[in-house]
Ligand binder design. Sequence first.
Ligand code: GDP
Ligand code: K
Ligand code: MG
Length: 298
Amino acid sequence: MTEEFKSGFVAIVGRPNVGKSTFMNRVIGEKIAIMSDKAQTTRNKIQGVMTDKDSQIIFIDTPGIHKPKHKLGDYMVNMAENSLNEVDAVLFMINAEEGYGRGDQFIIDRLQRVNQPVYLIINKIDKVHPDGLLPLIEQYKEKLDFEEIIPISALEGNNVDHLVSVIKQQLPEGPQFYPEDQITDHPERFVISEFIREKVLHLTREEIPHSIAVVIEGIEPREDSNAVYIQAAVIVERKSQKGIIIGKQGSMLKEIGMRARKDIEALLGSKVYLELWVKVQKDWRNRQIQLNDFGYHG
Ligand code: GDP
Ligand code: K
Ligand code: MG
């Protein structure tokens, strides 16, 4: 009998900053999920596709499930929960250094309603002494019936290959959903907007928390010059925030644009002209009706 091709969808859940994006990027090998020390950087689900000769794994990097604070929070939690019931396996990632916390209980409560196999992934083992792992494993075992418990270091790569092979065994026979060279099914538009948002968050630090969105208003490849023209708007809630993002004589916005442009050029492999501006749109997070405009589709 010949080996059948296997394929399936795998969701990654866990508190913010446990290393979900780092893991995705290590497995996929490209900067598609945005990594940052700030919580909630990954807002939409990003799919990364890993293909080899006999399998294809489609990873869903969910936004961290957490207790909602406003409408957008609700939306994010619902989206994350829904995606868990459409996958073949769930990776519940924790940080070996932090141990069990209330944020985990909130996620575990949700995972109890999931029928698919749930794997406990203990990440950042490079930061702890191996003796500390056993008590941690015992503690989590009591909370949920995990299919398997796998310690890894997403940053250094320890045991990541093993985890991938375990997932592969779990997958059903199935088609190759995406072409081999495709690493994400998100339109470039979304990745580009995330690059810009990442730069805003990095450069403005705590002054601009998460109350921004980035909307790509135009992407226009010009064949004559092999360049891509991109127009994007940064949406803020208050006028004061607009001032911070623009900076003295536009210096901040210029820096944001310059850094984002470098990432976008690397992504698209061509020269990029990026036109950025800032718009004030009051209380956008609580206006459900606008969410679709910003690209938050369930
Ligand atoms: P996410 O919010 O779960 O997507 O977390 P990120 O992937 O953005 O990672 C948050 C922080 O943890 C970043 O600074 C990463 O470099 C760091 N990190 C992720 N995985 C590891 C790991 O295995 N070991 C160590 N030491 N740091 C890690
Ligand atoms: K993060
Ligand atoms: Mg992330």
